[in-house]
Ligand binder design. Sequence first.
Ligand code: AMP
Length: 206
Amino acid sequence: MKVILLGAPGSGKGTQAAYITDKYDLPHISTGDLFRDNIKNQTPLGQKVKAIMDTGNLCPDDLTVAMVKERLKEKDCENGYLLDGFPRNLFQAGELDKIDAPDVVINIEVDLEKIEHRITGRRSCANCKNSFHVDFIGDREACPDCGGKLVIRKDDNAETVRERLAVYQAQTLPLEEYYSKQGKLVSVDGDKSIEEVFAQIVKVLG
Ligand code: AMP
């Protein structure tokens, strides 16, 4: 099964991805995580994208598509994938259709006015990469899942969030129509609890 998770930054794609990979045994491929790993490991790719990511803009399409292409060649993608954060624009969607088109696209819909609160309160685990909101975990510093260190992502600040939202609206929203025309788009209500959102996704994936 080849699945794409679509949704605004902070809509809960990463959180739902962790639940989905658990139940359906699909490799979770988050382009944001792949870029952050490259930055952490100071690779040439990481050095190229670091400044761009800090502003909330999209990394260049050629680098992004090449990175995903390589990742999809790995053995764990033989039976499908769960893409989170890719594609982010129509060009990337077209390229993915040429490489390995998705079966279903789950669109997590949230109230965009709540995004800033969702993102500025987000704490991400440096180890397992799961994220949590301070509304639920308070000021704890260790990941509730694996005990790793909880950090605030460099681009999870109010100013960058506004830029990321603008980029989402201009470049990523058109993907809804793109996949809807292909008959692959299914929208779920992301303004519910984590469990309720996941239940809607399970209904889609079966
Ligand atoms: P995310 O973790 O998905 O919120 O992504 C964080 C940042 O990584 C984005 O703001 C972009 O700078 C970069 N990024 C992630 N995925 C993509 C993509 N598919 N295309 C271009 N840039 C991306």
